[in-house]
Structure formats: structure tokens, C-alpha cells
Design a binder for this molecule. Structure first.
Ligand code: NCC
Length: 276
């Protein structure tokens, strides 16, 4: 169902998806108040040049994977939302370089978000589902979840921890590519945190290994490796176009099918190593 060759698709991702964070010079954030909250350094300056990176999905199939050591061998590790490491090191490792969280978590679970030490490690990045190709001003007036107060509260209590807001343009630039390469019509809902994180790491790293985004032989209806809750929609998608995301990632995988089957592992090039 994917139309472009893997090489062409990688070029489209590299050239059309702008992985940028909200800066103090952007639209409604160019106020004196916001300058005090947004990080002074850019994300690129904060992370530096990253070589091998790991993206760890939160899928239940990570359970009993024993992938912890392999994941920790990377220069940087990306995790999502409330995915814990404590008690799960054997399967998911213990290193967290970046944690990408959705605005629902930051807003609806604000008390846990502000209190739990899980969030105090590494660089935080929050994203919010914006209206389709909305300008930053329009999104700022009508975010899906109004996480801005909670963001400010977190920044005040943890001023030293880098905490970025993902530029909402990225999600629809990526969604357009997903739609163009699918035969079916996709609901206009933004990509999952997992897919956003994969493309973000392709922009920051030389090489990216993604774990259990494409499910291995351990595939299960258990939603998360850290919970008992079961729901097939976690792997297949309901709100997010997860199935289309997974088809696309399968198409551009540079690793083997054996790696997917045994480790749930996908190998993707960093955009620096994509030559168009
Ligand atoms: O579940 P979630 O995702 O936090 O998972 C992070 C990313 O891992 C991939 N995943 C997860 C489970 C699974 N069985 N297979 C997978 O491939 C997906 O790529 C997923 O994006 C999200 O994307 O932000 C999401 O967040 C949760 C929830 O908001 C957070 O965990 C915070 O509590 C959403 N769940 C609900 O709203 C109930 C989920 O739909 C999407």
C-alpha cells in the first residue's frame, strides 16, 4: 500500500518534515513572559551530535524481551509518556535521554506529571494535537489540551531540566506523507507519539533503532509493558493512524525481517545519512 520507493520516502521525510521546537521568536511566544519559560538553548545545542539512538515504544511486547542492555548501549534513548524504567530495566534499559509526552498527560494527569520523579530524567518534549495545518497563533488559542499552565508550573519547579514544546507543524507535515502513501483515506488525526518520536530521532541521530513499534513474535493485546490493561487498539490504533505509521516504517526499514521477528527491531538512517 506504500507508493514511493523506500529511498524516495526517506527523502520526503527528510525534506518535508521540519523537526523544530517552539522558540521565543515564534508568534505568540515572543513575549517577555514566555522568554522566561522556554529553554534558552535549542534542542540541537542541548543534545549535540548523536550517533546511535534507540526509540523504545511502550508496547506490551517489550515484556520478557531482555532488550535492556542492547537499548542502553545506544548514545541516546527516547521514551514516551509515563513509560517507566524502574523495575523494567532488564527489558527496556535504564537510560532516558529524551522523553516525549503528549499534552493530555501534562494536562489531565498534571498532578502526577508535576510530582513523579520519572519525568525528572533527561530532556522533556511535549506535543499537542493541533488543527490541520493551523498557524501557531490559531493553535495557541485552541490547543487540544491546554497544557501551557502545567508546562509553566513544571518549568518553575525544574528550571535546569530542558523542556521543549514541539512545533505543531511537524505532525501534519508527517501526516500528509502518511496519507499520500496509503491507498485508503486516513482520518485526519495526528500521528502517535511513537511515530513523531521516530522521525524526531532521525533528525537528531546518525542511526536509529526502534524497538517494538513493529511487533515481534512477542506481540500481545497487553497495551503497555508496564500495565496489565489489554486493548488491541494500542498496537493497531484507533485515534492515531498507527497501522499506516507501521506500514510506512516497515517500508523504510533497513534491518532484516528476522530482527523484527526476534527483537521487534527496526533500523532507520538518520537524515544526515539520507542522500537524495
Ligand atoms: O500508549 P502510549 O501512546 O503512551 O504509547 C507510546 C507509543 O508507543 C507505541 N505503542 C504503544 C503501545 C502498543 N501496544 N503499541 C505501540 O506501538 C505507539 O507509537 C505510541 O505512540 C500517545 O501516542 O501519546 C499514546 O498516549 C496514550 C496516553 O495518553 C499516554 O500513555 C499517557 O497516559 C494514549 N492512550 C490513551 O489516551 C488511553 C494512546 O492512545 C496514545
Amino acid at each position: 500500500t506504500v507508493k514511493l520507493s523506500p529511498e524516495k520516502l526517506l527523502c520526503q521525510l527528510r525534506d518535508r518534515v521540519n523537526v523544530t521546537m517552539i522558540q521565543g521568536s515564534d508568534g505568540p511566544f515572543d513575549t517577555f513572559e514566555w522568554q522566561q519559560y522556554l529553554p534558552g538553548k535549542s534542542l540541537n545545542e542541548t543534545v549535540g551530535h548523536l550517533g546511535r539512538c534507540a526509540v523504545v515504544s511502550s508496547a506490551g511486547s517489550l515484556k520478557s524481551s531482555h532488550l535492556g542492555q542492547e537499548i542502553d548501549s545506544h548514545d541516546a534513548v527516547l521514551r514516551f509518556n509515563g513509560a517507566p524504567v524502574k523495575g523494567f530495566q532488564e527489558d527496556v534499559g535504564q537510560k532516558t535521554t529524551i522523553r516525549l509526552v503528549n499534552s493530555q498527560l501534562v494536562t489531565v494527569e498534571e498532578q502526577q506529571f508535576l510530582r513523579e520523579t520519572l519525568y525528572n530524567t533527561g530532556i522533556l518534549i511535549v506535543w499537542d494535537p493541533a488543527p490541520y495545518h493551523a498557524e501557531i497563533h490559531e493553535w495557541y488559542r485552541k490547543p487540544d489540551y491546554n497544557f501551557f499552565q502545567s508546562y509553566k508550573a513544571y518549568r518553575s519547579t525544574h528550571p535546569e531540566q530542558p523542556f521543549y514544546i514541539l512545533n505543531p507543524k511537524m505532525q501534519w507535515q508527517l501526516w500528509d506523507i502518511l496519507q499520500e502513501n496509503s491507498l485508503e483515506h486516513i482520518q485526519p488525526n495526528p500521528p502517535s507519539s511513537g511515530m513523531l518520536g521516530i522521525v524526531m530521532m532521525m533528525a537528531l541521530c546518525d542511526e536509529v533503532h526502534v524497538y517494538e513499534f513493529l511487533p515481534s513474535k512477542r506481540q500481545t493485546d497487553i497495551c503497555h509493558y508496564y500495565q496489565k490493561f489489554q486493548d488491541r487498539a494500542c498496537t493497531m490504533g484507533a485515534y492515531h493512524p498507527l497501522l499506516f505509521e507501521k506500514n510506512l516504517v516497515k517500508h523504510i526499514n533497513q534491518g532484516t525481517d528476522e530482527d523484527i521477528y526476534t527483537h521487534g527491531k527496526v533500523t532507520l538512517p538518520g537524515f544526515r545519512n539520507v542522500h537524495c
